[in-house]
Design a protein around this ligand. Structure first.
Ligand SMILES: [Zn+2]
Length: 197
């Protein structure tokens, strides 16, 4: 029988995405064994996240400043705006270092099933941002899921009347992907997005 402290920590960790009760218990044991070495650094990092991070009121990114480092970076192209579902998507795109514009985080995707409506996302602020001007291109970088694509269509419609170019990420064959292994959806998208050679 584990102590109350261990149970409490296990329960807290088990709530993390991708970590079930079993992995949580293993993580707790790992931490207990290293409470002199690994734990102080973890506690310190957690405290800094708790005390030092804010949500950027312009784009929805999480950073130590508001507006965030991405929004205030003068080397970035303010005329290109990339719309993503979650902060994790912003980070993923930014790690790839291929997009040099700014971002807008929606905070999710439209979903009839989960009851997520346009007003539950930051679509209103996005329209306001684009309406304010100074933006030439809006890149819709939603996930290649049904809900992601529904969200992209909805936003494209709302932006239609504004003098801005709307583009969307191409979906298709992953690099190194073999046709044999792909699901039908990916294959269908790749075929639809075919281009002249
Ligand atoms: Zn920002």
């Amino acid at each position: 029988m584990a102590s109350q402290e261990i149970e409490a920590l296990s329960a807290a960790l088990a709530r993390l995405p991708g970590l079930g009760p079993r992995s949580a218990r293993r993580a707790v044991l790992w931490l207990i064994k290293r409470r002199e070495t690994a734990l102080p650094a973890l506690l310190d990092a957690l405290e800094r996240v708790r005390d030092g991070l804010v949500e950027c009121q312009t784009c929805g990114n999480v950073d130590t400043t508001n507006p965030c480092g991405v929004c205030t970076d003068p080397r970035r192209d303010a005329r290109a705006l990339c719309v993503v579902e979650e902060v994790a998507d912003l980070w993923a795109l930014d790690r790839a270092k291929l997009f040099t514009g700014r971002y807008h985080v929606l905070g999710g995707r439209l979903s009839a099933l989960d009851g997520v409506r346009p007003e539950d996302l930051t679509i209103g602020p996005l329209i306001a941002r684009v309406t304010a001007g100074g933006i030439d291109e809006v890149v819709l970088a939603m996930n290649a899921t049904l809900e992601g694509q529904t969200t992209a269509h909805y936003i494209a419609e709302r932006l239609e009347a504004l003098p801005v170019r709307i583009t969307q990420l191409a979906h298709g064959l992953p690099v190194g992907g073999e046709l044999d292994y792909l699901d039908e959806g990916t294959l269908a998208q790749a075929l639809r997005a075919r281009r002249p050679v």
